[in-house]
Design a protein. Structure first.
Length: 169
């Protein structure tokens, strides 16, 4: 098995993720996105996500989470609390974890980064959106019949990571 390291910048001596962390992240199907509300309190929401190892100028590791058509409090994606939070304060965390009754198998990975909304009508983002939607559909067959092209995506440019426990897939 080859170890892959993801660096924040070419001059960085330390990678953002080890190979084990990247494999754990890529194999995980659900995460918890943490934003900060206007009162400074954390707001947590479970989410699906995809991983792109060749991201943007801010980070070589970028995650995308869709604002899909699952039932929500509002039909307008911009009215969702997590979207309003990101537009006001883009600093976010994402937690992926594994629970087991066998505590020797417990593990988690917490990512920190900057989030941005990728709008469907922004031509400058069309290539990134195509790659992200393709990765989401490859990971989650449920998205085959969702019109992800018509909805915003949340991009998370990862700046740091912390992990603990058994991260074997």
């Amino acid at each position: 098995m080859t170890t892959v390291a993801v660096y924040a910048h070419p001059t960085m001596a330390e990678p953002i993720l080890t190979g084990a962390e990247l494999q754990f992240l890529s194999a995980t199907r659900e995460a918890v996105l943490a934003t900060v509300d206007p009162g400074g309190l954390p707001r947590l929401v479970p989410c699906c996500f995809s991983v792109l190892e060749h991201g943007d100028v801010m980070s070589p590791l970028v995650l995308h989470t869709p604002i899909d058509h699952k039932p929500k409090r509002s039909e307008d994606p911009h009215a969702l609390a997590r979207v309003r939070d990101i537009l006001q304060l883009p600093t976010v965390s994402l937690l992926v974890d594994r629970w087991s009754e066998d505590w020797s198998l417990l593990g988690w990975l917490r990512l920190r980064g900057e989030a941005a909304l990728l709008e469907p009508d922004d031509p400058a983002l069309s290539e990134e959106r195509v790659r992200a939607i393709g990765a989401l559909r490859a990971k989650y067959e449920q998205y085959a019949d969702h019109a992800l092209e018509d909805r915003p995506l949340i991009r998370i440019s990862v700046s740091s990571a912390t992990s603990w426990g058994d991260l074997r897939p």
